[in-house]
Design a protein around this ligand. Sequence first.
Ligand SMILES: Cc1cc2nc3c(=O)[nH]c(=O)nc-3n(C[C@H](O)[C@H](O)[C@H](O)COP(=O)(O)OP(=O)(O)OC[C@H]3O[C@@H](n4cnc5c(N)ncnc54)[C@H](O)[C@@H]3O)c2cc1C
Length: 286
Amino acid sequence: MERYDIAIIGSGPSGLSAAINAKVRNKNIIIFGNSNLSRSLVLAPKVNNYLGFYGISGTELRDKFQKHIDDMNININTEKVNNIYAMGEYFAIMTANKTYEAKKVILALGIEHTKPIEGEDKLLGRGVGYCATCDAPLYRNKIVTILGYNKEAESEANYVSEMANKVYYIPMYKDEYELNDKVEIVKDKPLEIVGSGKVEKLVLKNTEISTDGVFILKDSAPPQQLVPGLEMEDGHIKVNRKMETNIEGCYAAGDCTGKPYQYMKAVGEGQVAALNAVEELSSILK
Ligand SMILES: Cc1cc2nc3c(=O)[nH]c(=O)nc-3n(C[C@H](O)[C@H](O)[C@H](O)COP(=O)(O)OP(=O)(O)OC[C@H]3O[C@@H](n4cnc5c(N)ncnc54)[C@H](O)[C@@H]3O)c2cc1C
């Protein structure tokens, strides 16, 4: 299996800045993220604090970022990363269908603005999960409920419906939903996941659903779920001035490391993380 020098998780400003800086230094990189690069980027109506681009819209900035990475032959791998394991010499990076290897990892995950729902933390791993496709076989002939925060969650729901007895889909956004006939859409507000020892039901504002599993599918899972053993501080990944986390060889940059949540801070941190990763790689070779 090909072992990359650096794997970058996240295609927002911090991940892209890390990618271009590592590529300039001839490192073999892989970057995971979204085809639209970053939802936070696309949503910004006017950006007045990105030096050199006064008054630019988020989508215009996204297009400039896209051209930059295209010109440097950097392609985004649009698989979602579900787990990263430190294996000593390298990291194993798992998506739903594949495992990748990299010597260094840069977490550029952004921040999830939605709060966990009542019972989510308590029942995590006991029926609550963040990757439906990974755990689908465990729910053969059972009832699964999916809280979908983005369109990608719809394909996960369709996949799970091939194995589960019943799948409920609670959309947390407004759109047309591309779901097969076996998936029942419930438009209601989830309030609490209930169960003693394991998930038993989901309580919504107007109804209750008896269920064996609840999957919460957002753009990103909590960082400490993604990377077991990762040290957090006040809800953010703890880093030093080199953007190193507590796990050797694992860096973090951008909103996921803390406030202020701003493009220029994200881009700067991505650069610092990449340059330090590159330096560490060359010291390994010496
Ligand atoms: C409406 C709005 C307006 C804003 N306006 C401004 C402004 O005017 N000026 C300013 O400076 N800042 C502004 N911001 C803040 C700015 O958008 C963020 O600070 C910036 O996008 C952070 O960049 P990032 O790279 O850290 O994270 P993000 O841009 O959030 O990118 C993270 C990326 O990582 C991906 N990802 C996460 N987990 C995984 C995984 N497990 N596998 C694969 N991919 C993953 C996500 O899908 C996402 O694409 C605004 C934000 C919003 C929402």
